[in-house]
Design a protein around this ligand. Structure first.
Ligand SMILES: [Cu+2]
Length: 324
């Protein structure tokens, strides 16, 4: 039976369409043209595609966070920033301490410009980075400008990059987003457009601690108190001041027996650590890692002796374990 005889219409030789090499070539040219033009449009908008997280991500980043995405249209600036600390950890800053040149450098940019931050933690404490429009506090961090978070900060020696695109005129602030660190001096201005920047009060190293008083307090409070269930990291220990009375860990000096389990409880709202060693010099005997609000940490020490410890986030917080 022949092929053609099955066609119900009776057509026998025109059922299969054929093309010519010339027509195939033309089709390929049109297809490649579409791909090239479409690709050019797509990649020319690359900065737009990658500039900002999806709106839902931006919404989750903070209740008062910006919801509009800024579009990069201008120049790219680069800014190196290092987290640094005074030796007593009371004064914090970027690049240089207050009064020294290069302290918390101001950044001037135009609407649509992008600043790329190269940030490193040159301190001995924990820090994290972000840009906010809020003139106080640590919230409202612009999505994409953040490096680390208060609960997952940069450890000493760590670093990262981020970027900020100025979507509108005004004053923005780059800050350490660890609660309290901005207030201790880790903040600089980003001046966008032709606006007059408010004069930032230079962070003053206010109280020069009288060493004699501190010694007295230390003597007074450092009599070991027998461990009774839990050592508290009290509310408010994330701000300097609790060290004036040795009340950053309560009790300040805790005595335990060899092999007795010791437990700490973070009763503050801020994250803290319980890290053995003198402030800024962890000795790796014990380390809680980040303790969130309400978290506890336990350790057992088998050798008698005095074990100083501190908080990596707030190195003015110190305590002592005396093992008998
Ligand atoms: Cu910090």
């Amino acid at each position: 039976m022949g092929y053609g005889s099955e066609q119900p219409t009776g057509e026998t030789s025109h059922g299969v369409y054929r093309t010519t090499p010339a027509r195939t070539g033309k089709m390929l040219v049109i297809m490649f043209g579409i791909i090239i033009v479409g690709g050019a449009i797509f990649f020319s908008m690359w900065d737009y595609w990658i500039c900002c997280p999806a709106p839902v991500v931006a919404m989750m980043a903070g209740e008062d966070g910006p919801t509009e995405s800024a579009v990069f249209t201008g120049d790219i600036l680069s800014q190196d920033l290092s987290f640094i600390e005074s030796s007593d950890f009371r004064t914090l800053a970027f690049n240089a301490l207050p009064g020294e040149s290069g302290n918390n450098p101001s950044i001037q940019m135009s609407v649509g410009d992008k600043v790329v931050f190269n940030v490193d933690n040159a301190g001995r404490s924990f820090h994290s980075f972000g840009v906010t429009a809020n003139d106080e506090g640590f919230s409202g961090v612009v999505p994409g400008s953040d490096i680390g978070t208060a609960s997952n900060p940069l450890k000493p020696g760590e670093g990262g990059t981020s970027e900020f695109i100025a979507g509108e005129e005004g004053i923005f602030y780059y800050i350490c987003t660890v609660p309290g660190h901005r207030e201790q001096g880790m903040v600089g201005q980003i001046i966008v457009g032709d606006v007059s920047a408010p004069v930032m009060e230079p962070k003053v190293v206010e109280e020069v601690m009288e060493p004699k008083v501190v010694e007295e307090v230390m003597e007074l409070e450092s009599t070991p108190v027998e461990f009774s269930g839990v050592i508290s990291l009290p509310m408010g220990s994330g701000a300097p001041g609790c060290d004036d009375t040795n009340e950053c860990y309560i009790p300040f000096n805790t005595s335990v027996s060899e092999g007795e389990e010791i437990t700490w409880s973070n009763d503050d709202t801020a994250p803290h650590t319980v890290t053995s060693g003198p402030p800024g010099s962890p000795d790796a005997i014990f380390d809680s890692g980040m303790l969130m609000a309400g978290d506890t940490f336990s350790v057992t020490l088998d050798d008698s002796g005095e074990y100083p410890y501190y908080c990596m986030v707030h190195p003015w917080m110190t305590g002592i374990i005396s093992v008998n």
